[in-house]
Design a binder for this molecule. Structure first.
Ligand code: ZN
Length: 208
């Protein structure tokens, strides 16, 4: 029997990457069109900062098999589009009953989570903070600090990501914005559309 080999990966905190990763992807600002409320501010940023990498993920993916585990490092630069802080696209797991853990390494961020019915939870993440994202919660991370937000994450290898659930509802129910005195606050997303009873029922059925 050829058992899988153990691995050792190092967190390069300065660069915000995982050394020894098996994969990497990055999202540039230009790829995040439609995510932010202030479309004029977004358009004004594109000529100078369109190619800026807003966030990148370096991950160690031993396999995609059920029961295996993926982990990695996510790094997001500080910044805002208008008043709204930089954030990831966000997702629910394609296998929605799969959870995730985030572990703060550097910077100041938060995990924005939304239940299928549209309930909101926020968990602030600083170094040495562990955030548990339960199954069935849509989640996105937000950099509300002034430096890179670096977090370790881990989730079941068969979880997958469904980004469309957020697009279908016109974004998440709230937006995380600067309050004008150096802190963050949440405001209602005016484009938000509630999920249908069918969709909520389908997820609830998987949960019971
Ligand atoms: Zn996830």
């Amino acid at each position: 029997m050829n058992w899988q080999e153990p691995a050792r990966c190092l967190v390069a905190l300065g660069e915000g990457v995982l050394a020894g990763a098996t994969g990497r992807y990055a999202k540039r600002l230009v790829e995040l069109q439609g995510l932010y409320a202030d479309e004029a501010a977004f358009a004004a940023m594109l000529p100078g900062r369109g190619e800026t990498v807003v966030y990148e993920v370096t991950e160690f993916r031993p396999s995609g098999r059920s029961g295996d585990m993926i982990f990695g490092i996510t790094r997001m630069v500080p910044g805002q589009v208008g008043r709204e802080f930089f954030m990831t696209r966000g997702h629910i797991h394609a296998r929605a009953d799969r959870p995730e853990v985030y572990y703060g390494q550097k910077g100041h961020g938060l995990m924005l989570m939304e239940s299928p019915e549209g309930e909101i939870r926020t968990v602030e993440i600083a170094p040495q903070t562990i955030c548990y994202v339960p199954p069935f919660w849509i989640h996105r991370s937000v950099n509300v600090g002034a430096e890179d937000l670096v977090m370790m994450f881990s989730y079941p290898a068969d979880a997958g990501q469904d980004y469309e659930i957020i697009a279908r509802s016109g974004g998440m129910r709230v937006r995380i914005v600067a309050d004008g005195s150096g802190r963050w606050t949440q405001v209602d997303n005016r484009s938000y559309r509630r999920r249908s009873a069918d969709e909520i029922g389908r997820l609830a059925g998987l949960a019971s």
